[in-house]
Design a binder for this molecule. Sequence first.
Ligand SMILES: [Mg+2]
Length: 377
Amino acid sequence: MTTLITLYFLFAVPAAGGPARGWAAAPRQDPRAAGRAQGRRRRREQVRALRSRARCSPLSSTWARPPPSAANGRAEPSASGKGELAALGTPPVVSCCVPRVLVPETGVGGSRFPDEGAMSARRALKAVLVDLSGTLHVEDSAVPGAQEALKRLRSAPVTVRFVTNTTKESKRDLLERLTGLGFDIAEHEIFTSLTAARNLLEQHQVRPLLLVDDKALPDFTGIGTDNPNAVVVGLAPEHFHYEMMNRAFRLILDGAPLIAIHKARYFKKKEGLCLGPGPFVTGLEYATDTKATVVGKPEKTFFLEALRGTDCAPEEAVMIGDDCRDDVGGAQQAGMRGILVRTGKYRPADEDKINPAPYLTCENFPEAVEHILKQML
Ligand SMILES: [Mg+2]
């Protein structure tokens, strides 16, 4: 009997689940049920992380992709999040003339109203902004068919404006070049980052050290440059040497504001890609521990200024350009739709560099115009 009692206390009592001192009792579970619960927990955490990333992305703060079924046939998000996970695992499909419909962000893949995606695709188009270098021409060569495509675009009931970050030449020289290439463009239709920079200088009444190409200087006629108290940096290959950069560096250290006409990393010439002003602006920012004021693309104010006088809201405009970040990303941040063309500085997979992706990617300007005329009016 004594032996039986001893065996009972040794084996039966612990097996009944009596909690050990200092540890909480764990409920007994079927191992398969526990595995399923763990899987559900992991999926919920992944969905939470996905939603958090979408909310934190600076480029997704204004616009988000529509429900996938409306845009490209990808899985609908579900309450369990399985659809969103499937979408996460599928690389974005970017194909020519298959537009992505952009709707105001309401969460990952969410739309505020059931039919909003379809309505957005058909919303009125009042203005088309067109980039110049790389989109209509590369140096002294026009993109094939671009002149004729521009004529067709002008026959549509939309306002056309030309927006450029070029700092290599004045607006007058630029107009001469475009006219010489057979483009029908008026001076008042061109909005350049040089104009935006001049507006800022006048607004703040400062005297700039101008690091721009000498050919761009006519656009600053009348702006005082003696005893400079500001630094303006555009594309100025002849001025990007140690002595001049050091002069700019010292002025900024003394309190002069640094104004970047734009911060393009590179641009396209016939012989290949070339360094833009961005690396030089960034060098000055790094050395002086300051941040430049950027006036050209992709700044939102640049796009809004370009629309001034057109009686057109950003959501009623589309931007066509060869720079995914500066043209398309910037325009979409300002509330417009953006069409990326695979000419000029375009490189494969550029469309993956922004989120949300371009509304549309086309081979060239004529194809973009074709889409606008057939699908957006
Ligand atoms: Mg361009």
